[in-house]
Design a protein around this ligand. Structure first.
Ligand code: UT7
Length: 309
């Protein structure tokens, strides 16, 4: 019995903030942001709450999967910007969706949250403890960004991506997945309880490439798949230079990486599910394809998932 992505969805806030808008806010330039990160614009949730974004993405994913919210066994939300201290954003979303049958909880693994959630959900499905699971990666990073700090405020964006997972009747499956963390490196990327995002960018860059490559190699090895068999890589969208370096190290052609960082910036836990949805919509990912996903974020946390879509 395998695990299948039955449907995906996204919610992207209406408000677009371009690099040119940022030029008016801090001492930066479109040229610096584009060449150092690949970002051209990002979305900012001025009107939307975290739960509203999560609900928008979820409804689209449920509709695409033809799954009724009442049939969900688990609602799993990956976020570092929860709606409230408690209850979990998962519980608030569960109420909004009317997903009464299941239970809900949040995963806090920063940018790696979606990869962590996939592994947890895969375990629940394969153990028989759940039949249908909704995962949402959602972030409202604009609330914890210091809009006077040019070294961070140009990087992040808001949004949500969702997937519905269910038991597979065909070859679709999560073939291998791994989660990692190293808490001793927490102060490379963090935010205090009521504070802004702090980041040692240059240090993080190097660790990100090394750790994501290592996680990817481990899942490929576990599944007995070689890099040249991969149809599409969906990496966390933190910096296009990190993505290019990762592809080079893995020996996979750069055009096999799905990149949408130019439009959304770094949306943390939402970045992979948003990219996954767009890859499917654009026909870049077709049933039967082998897709490798990997992320790295605050914790430090990192991981990779290899799946046959
Ligand atoms: O999602 C979690 C994972 N996140 C990441 O993996 C992020 C990893 N890090 C990065 O992506 C990059 O390190 C950054 C994009 C954050 C920074 O790029 P960089 O090439 O490492 O630049 P830097 O921090 O070394 O800064 C280079 C220069 C500095 O000026 P000096 O000291 O050379 O005079 C900065 O002050 O660029 C300056 N700078 C800026 N200039 C214009 C920093 N931010 C800006 C800015 N506009 N927004």
């Amino acid at each position: 019995m395998g695990t299948k992505i039955a449907g995906t969805g996204v919610y992207l806030p209406k408000e677009v903030l371009t690099n040119f808008d940022l030029e008016k806010m801090v001492d930066t330039s479109d040229e610096w942001i584009t060449t150092r990160t690949g970002i051209k614009e990002r979305r900012v949730a001025k009107e939307e709450s975290v739960v509203e974004m999560a609900k928008g993405a979820s409804l689209e994913a449920l509709e695409n999967a033809k799954v009724d919210p009442e049939d969900l066994d688990v609602v799993l939300v990956a976020t570092l910007t929860p709606e409230k201290k408690f209850p979990s954003t998962g519980c608030l979303l569960q109420a909004e969706l009317g997903a009464k049958k299941g239970y809900a909880f949040d995963i806090s693994a920063a940018c790696s949250g979606f990869i962590y959630a996939l592994e947890v959900a895969d375990g629940l499905l394969k153990s028989g403890k759940a039949k249908k699971i909704l995962i949402v990666g959602v972030e409202k990073l604009s609330e914890i960004v210091d809009w006077t700090d040019r070294s961070t405020c140009v990087l992040f964006g808001d949004g949500a991506g969702a997937v519905v997972l269910e038991k597979s009747e065909d070859e679709s499956d999560i073939l291998a997945s791994r989660m990692f963390s190293d808490g001793s490196l927490w102060d490379i990327l963090y935010a205090e309880k009521c504070g802004y995002i702090k980041m040692k960018g240059r240090e993080l860059f190097k660790v990100a490439v090394r750790n994501m490559e290592d996680a990817c190699r481990k899942v490929l090895e576990e599944a007995g798949v070689s890099p040249d068999e991969i149809d599409l890589v969906i990496p966390h969208q933190a910096n296009v230079r990190i993505i290019n370096a990762l592809m080079e190290k893995l020996g996979i052609p750069k055009d096999k990486a799905f990149v949408n960082i130019d439009r959304y910036g770094n949306t943390s836990a939402a970045s992979i599910p948003i990219a996954l949805h767009e890859a499917i919509q654009e026909g870049r990912l077709r049933r039967g394809d082998l897709v490798l996903m990997t992320a790295m974020g605050g914790g430090l946390t990192w991981g990779a998932t290899l799946l046959r879509y």
